[in-house]
Design a protein around this ligand. Structure first.
Ligand code: ZN
Length: 362
């Protein structure tokens, strides 16, 4: 099958010509013939709390199907359902419910955001369920379901040992919801941590004599920063500054909540009630509680803030795949999986392919 596109993003470069896919794989790029739009690697979202009315803390198989199908319509071909800090029983039940596969976007395992977070940087996470690093609890959570990514605060007692435990299991660790100083952050990076969850948000702010985890991450070229580029979580000038320092190692994430893709209303984030109003998501007391952002909107926002299209598309695909150490994902290349998003000139999703399955936005 030909995709009928004008060009494709291959290894960071727009290659003119059409793309052929067969049997769930890309078979050729740069083919002759007139086409429209561009094909890019499907988006990979590392932080999705919920989508299309589904909150992953309470989702069943039908919920995963609903969310997975709706995510595909926004260009996402793989994602990490993300579980925020919650009581152990609730997390275990949610992890047990994470399917290996579901209709729509691929599930690459869960992102556990907590519970080992800094009490002073919880944002919307619940204090009652927050814990200091506890290897036995971690083991019970890992036994409950597929965990791919864990966000933790490295300054907590026992955090570095927990990082070692997770790395030994092949699980990616990200620093977040943290009050770490730069020294404490560097200690975690020296231990092999290579990424930071929603940079600037829910962490010690960067000051000129106290650069914190933000400053430590930005001066280390091997560290990838994840960013919520919705125009709300980060001022556009902060995004431009990040881009100047960290283009090529900045990953877009949405931090989407159940209301994403649905518009204004009241939704659940675990046990917390949140309100979406004009695309801004807040808890009752006004604290930001995730976003109603989609990945394709994040790409458009990043381009509008000055990033080159090719690199903005990679920030939504290749870079997040690199964070997870999944080199076969986030690329569009002959022989690779046909996880592809086709975008028109306005960067609207025309079609998304997840392997064999093609989807057109409804
Ligand atoms: Zn968070």
């Amino acid at each position: 099958m030909r995709l009928g596109v004008e060009a494709a993003l291959v290894e960071g470069r727009l290659v003119p010509g059409d793309v052929a896919v067969d049997d769930g794989r890309v078979t050729a790029v740069g083919l002759g013939g007139a086409g429209r739009g561009i094909a890019a690697p499907g988006f990979i979202d590392l932080q999705v709390n919920g989508f299309a009315g589904v909150d992953f803390l309470g989702a069943d198989a039908a919920g995963y199907a609903t969310a997975g199908e709706a995510l595909v319509e926004t260009g996402v071909t793989a994602y990490l359902p993300t579980l925020i800090t919650s009581a152990e029983a609730e997390l275990v039940a949610a992890l047990e419910a994470v399917p290996d596969s579901a209709p729509g976007a691929r599930i690459l395992g869960a992102h556990l955001e907590g519970p080992f977070l800094a009490a002073t940087r919880l944002g919307t996470h619940r204090m009652a369920a927050r814990r200091d690093p506890d290897p036995a609890l971690m083991e019970r959570l890992l036994a409950a379901g597929p965990v791919t990514l864990v966000t933790l605060a490295p300054e907590l007692p026992g955090a570095l040992e927990l990082i070692d435990l997770l790395h030994a299991r092949g699980i990616t660790v990200s620093l977040g919801h943290t009050d770490a100083t730069a020294v404490e952050a560097h200690a975690a990076f020296d231990r092999g941590v290579r990424t930071v969850t929603h940079v600037f948000n829910a962490m010690r702010p960067m000051l000129h004599r106290d650069p914190g985890v933000v400053g430590a991450a930005l001066v280390r070229p091997e560290v990838v920063v994840q960013a919520i580029v919705d125009g709300i979580h980060l001022d556009p000038d902060v995004v431009r500054l990040l881009w100047r320092v960290a283009a090529g190692r900045m990953s877009l994430v949405t931090d989407a909540i159940a209301g994403a893709g649905l518009g204004d209303g009241t939704y659940a984030l675990g046990e917390i009630e949140i309100v979406v109003s004009d695309d801004v998501v807040r808890r009752e007391d006004g604290v930001l509680a995730g976003s109603a952002l989609t990945m394709v909107e994040a790409v458009r926002n990043l381009v509008a803030m000055g990033a080159p299209l090719e690199q903005a598309l990679e920030a939504a695909s290749t870079v997040p795949a690199r964070i997870l150490g999944l080199p076969q994902h986030g690329r569009l290349a002959p022989g690779g999986p046909a996880d592809v998003v086709v975008l028109d000139d306005s960067l609207e999703v025309v079609r998304t392919l997840v392997g064999e399955e093609a989807r057109v936005p409804g």
